[in-house]
Structures are given as C-alpha cells and as structure tokens.
Design a protein around this ligand. Structure first.
Ligand code: SF4
Length: 321
C-alpha cells in the first residue's frame, strides 16, 4: 500500500518569492558534545541548503547509528534515522524510486566501515546521485570508546586497553579501490572554508559523492586530534582547478599544497597513501560520466505506474489456482 504522507510543513503555502533561511532547515538543538566536529558539519550542510534554496520537502537525510547519525533530527527536512550500517540501502531505495529528491547519507566510521561495509561497497558501485558524508572520528563515540575500523594502530580503548592491534582501514584508499567510484574527497571539520567548498562540490556531482570528513571527538579522541588541529604542517591541500577550489585568502591559510589532477585515479591512490605522514585534503578523484544505476529506474524507462501494476498483476495471476 502506498501511503501519501506529508509532514506539517507541506501544508504551509509559501509565496512564490519565498527565500529559505537557515531557520527553515534547523530543527532541534544539536545534542552533540561541546567542541564536537558534528556542529561545524551541520552548519556547513545547512548553509548549502540555504544557498541552493533546497525545498525542505524535497530533501532527505538518511543515517544509520552512531553520534553522527543523529543528524536527521537536527534538519527540518525529511529524515530517516535507520538501523546500524543500513543508511546506504535505505538511501538507494529512496533515490531509485524518487529521483526528484535531494538525498544525503550521514554515516560514521563504525556505521560505514564496519557493520555497513558491504552496503558501502555496493552503493559506491551503483553510483546513484547522493552526497555521502562519512563523519570519521576514528572511535565508537556513542557507546563510549571502543576501537573502530579507522582507529589508528595502538589506540587505547575499552576494547583494547593496551592499544589496538590491527592497522586501520583508510576509507579513501578503500573507496578508490572500488569499481565505479566517481567522486572521492576528504576534508576536516575544523577548516570551514574547505569543508564548505567540499560539500558544495559533492552536491554538484551527478553521481554518488563520497566525502570523508576527519571529525574531532574531543571527548574520546582528544589526544589524536588536538595535535593535528594545532599543527599547521599536519595538513596538505590537494589542489587543482578541477578540484576543491578555495578563495586565495583561504588557500593562503594552508602551509602545504600539492598539485593533483582529480581525473587521474592512479595518482589519486598514491596521494591517499600520504595519510601516514600528513592528512591530505581535497578532491582525490572525480569522474562525472561514470554509470549511474538510478538512470535505469522504471521512471526513466517510460513505463507508467499503471503499466507496472498491470504487469505485476499479470505475473502474479499465473500462480492463481
Ligand atoms: Fe561528538 Fe565524540 Fe561527543 Fe560523540 S562522543 S557527540 S563524536 S564529541
């Protein structure tokens, strides 16, 4: 049964010249800890929504489980706070059936790179148009500090009190190794100009835009992030006119830049290795012409809803005794 559900805000008739403000996208006050990187990411996304004047009733945020996955509660749009690791299939279903909606996936390092890893692989390959924001704080924060798949080697946590023993997954390297990856970028939550420009570029991409955001968790990972935040040598900006472009004044704030053409996937994989010495931020890889599975939905094949129902009825009737 199809339920025609409309939230309250759909009943409000807006004048034609209505301009959405940040308040139109802001819902409950974010309950993340003070200093959590989630706050700056939320600000950046709301800014994008306002600048693009995205109709709230045409915008969907889908999340899994974790600190970051509370995100949909803070947006006055449609939202789906789902099951652990299942944000990708839910978002893919939404996009496949409703290509007119703006779809965002909010996921964390545990949600995406551990329990949701299988879905991550296939979502990248399906390459349906959506923006994926991986809030990577390298720890399970919501459940109070367990080792995550991206925790640096030797991280002390409740599950590894003497230090984690396995090398972490590098989400950028992993995504660049998947077939049909089409947009792979990295940024950090404490450089707002770069964060804003990255999320904007991701939104403009025609397929699935995967953005890993290195995110501060001052409660459980202060020792990991504080030195990086304070050290001007800890970040290298990958720069190119086809990449994440910054204003001159913002680019000057970074001490290290490296020329990188995002159309070159071999070089992108090499740059992803840099993470051992410094955190590279920017657009690693971009292929706007990669195949998109959402282009093969029934809505794009000229088949009407009535015809589809008739075809299904015909098929099912073959089994009627
Ligand atoms: Fe943010 Fe860490 Fe607090 Fe979670 S535990 S809300 S990631 S600071």
């Amino acid at each position: 049964m199809i339920v025609d559900f409309k939230p309250d805000f759909c009943d409000i008739t807006l004048p034609d010249d209505h301009q959405y403000s940040i308040e139109d996208y802001s819902s409950a006050k974010a309950k993340w800890c003070s200093g959590c990187g989630g706050h700056t990411i939320l600000n950046s996304v709301q800014k994008l929504c306002r600048e693009e004047q995205l109709p709230p009733e045409k915008t969907v945020f889908v999340s899994g489980i974790g600190c970051s996955s509370r995100f949909p509660h803070y947006m006055k749009t449609y939202g789906f706070h789902g099951l652990h690791g299942r944000a990708f299939p839910v978002a893919s279903g939404v996009k496949f059936r409703r290509p007119d909606l703006h779809v965002f996936v909010i996921t964390g390092d545990g949600d995406c790179c551990s329990i949701g890893a299988g879905h991550w692989v296939h979502a990248i390959r399906y390459n349906m148009k959506m923006v994926v924001l991986l809030f990577d704080n390298s720890i399970y924060g919501l459940t109070k500090k367990q080792t995550s798949p991206t925790s640096p080697l030797g991280t002390h946590s409740n599950t590894h009190p003497t230090g984690s023993v396995l090398p972490p997954i590098n989400p950028i390297q992993a995504t660049l190794g998947l077939p049909n990856a089409s947009f792979v970028a990295q940024t950090v939550d404490w450089k707002p100009a770069h964060l804003d420009a990255t999320i904007r570029k991701a939104f403009e991409h025609p397929g699935l835009a995967f953005v890993r955001i290195v995110q501060r968790c001052p409660v459980w990972m202060r020792d990991t992030y504080e030195p990086t935040v304070k050290d001007p040598d800890a970040i290298t900006v990958l720069y190119h006119e086809d990449g994440i472009v910054l204003e001159e004044k913002d680019l000057k704030k970074f001490r290290h830049t490296l020329d990188h053409d995002p159309s070159d996937i071999i070089k992108a994989r090499e740059k992803a290795e840099l993470v051992k010495d410094t955190t590279p931020i920017g657009l690693f890889y971009h292929n706007p012409t990669a195949s998109r599975y959402d282009q093969y939905g029934a809505h794009n094949l000229g088949i009407s809803t009535e015809d589809r129902i008739e075809a299904i009825d015909k098929l099912m009737n073959r089994y009627v005794i």
